[in-house]
Design a binder for this molecule. Structure first.
Ligand SMILES: Cc1cc2nc3c(=O)[nH]c(=O)nc-3n(C[C@H](O)[C@H](O)[C@H](O)COP(=O)(O)O)c2cc1C
Length: 171
């Protein structure tokens, strides 16, 4: 699944007045009606216990210039002082200022997933930054960026006529 290119999020919670964030890319939109998303969390992550207590979370979708935050919230930031960032109180959990978009959720249920646990969240609030910001991407264990930042999405492939298509099996 490392070959499945994803964006990068920081999932945040607030427990006992304290904010906690965890970098996550095992995040998925589940349903539109009702609006549901989910995140798969390692049972050994502190976030697993925090989520149990919090009852809600926010999924913050990182912008291209927030790689340092991804590293910080995944415990791979090499410096003693955190990279500059600001969390503001929001729905489900704190919102990371500068993110591309965010979904504020209430935990609707959990699903056992081996050494992970899946937290299903009902989306209660949405945020989207103004302007054409570019996402931070993760692929094959490394960070990437769009070559042509969000301005030039690929055109759809030409619609083909199925009657003209021939499929050959073996020879
Ligand atoms: C790009 C990226 C994506 C990650 N995605 C997940 C994920 O979806 N679920 C998870 O449990 N850990 C994920 N991790 C690992 C956690 O961020 C890491 O284990 C973190 O230190 C756990 O934090 P905590 O123990 O403070 O809660 C990811 C790490 C990176 C760098």
């Amino acid at each position: 699944m490392g070959m499945f290119a994803t964006g990068v999020t920081v999932v945040t919670v607030e427990v006992g007045g304290e904010a906690h964030g965890m970098t996550a890319n095992a995040v998925m939109s589940v349903s539109l009606d009702p609006p549901l998303v989910c995140v798969s969390v390692n049972r050994r992550a502190r976030m697993d216990k925090f989520l149990e207590r919090a009852g809600g979370y926010a999924v913050n979708i990182l912008a291209q210039d927030q790689q340092a935050l991804s590293q910080y919230f995944s415990g791979t930031w090499p410096h003693a002082t955190p990279p500059e960032h600001r969390l503001v109180p929001w729905t489900g959990g704190p919102r990371l200022v500068g993110c591309l978009a965010a979904a504020g959720c209430r935990v609707e249920g959990t699903l056992e997933g081996g050494d992970h646990r899946i937290f299903l969240g009902r989306v209660l609030d949405l945020y989207r930054a103004d302007g054409a910001l570019s996402p931070l991407l993760f692929f094959a264990g490394r960070y990437h960026q769009l070559r042509d930042p969000a301005l030039a999405p690929l055109a759809p492939v030409d619609v083909w006529n199925p009657e003209e298509v021939q499929i050959f099996y073996d020879d």
